[in-house]
Design a protein. Sequence first.
Length: 239
Amino acid sequence: MPIRAVLWDIDDTLFDYTSADRAGMHDHLAAEGLADRFPTVDQALGRWREITDLNWGRFAAGETDFQGQRRDRVRMFLGAELSDAEADAWFQRYIVHFESAWSLFPDSLAVLDALAADYRQAVLSNSSLRNQDRKLRVLGVRDHFEAVVCAVELGVAKPDAAAFHAACDAMALDPREVAYVGNEPDIDAGGAVAAGLAGVWLDRDGTGGRPELVRITDLGQLPGLLRGDTRFGALSAIG
């Protein structure tokens, strides 16, 4: 069954989340008078990401809601008992700094344009529709996607097969007609394959070591891979 659509991850796939996250944290710590709390920005960011992963796991397990996990991230990061309003305000100030650093990867727009004539395109993200739809609009690429499907609204997140199937349903396509592209080997590519889609791991750092996955190191390699079709044949990596 030929591939008719590309389903995309956003963060650290099309959007340079890591760079924006670092720049945003740097500016936010300075603005909040917290620059001296951590030896380096990278250590602060490492702690923030550790807390984020912990609380996102709680959200995914149904132990808290989306806003609740945000508030708890702030409280844990600061080590302070904040009211909901105080935590919301702190997080919103952080978001302002984070958003000021938003940008696509240099190869993102070119590949979206290159695929537009031959493939339908949509998004499946482990975030909220409000966040990701706005992000795509700010970045100027929302019109490339016929659907944006997000975990918060679905109530299920990648790598659960139900999340991938919901995105395929949004396009009225069989999973075998859809390729999923993302930067996480297990959550994205591995999860997609287990759900019956064609999974593509975008390994920008050249980490390698996962021969069972189809791997590219640059989005410029994706059109040729897709057009070679036959569900990528015996290829396990490009680049």
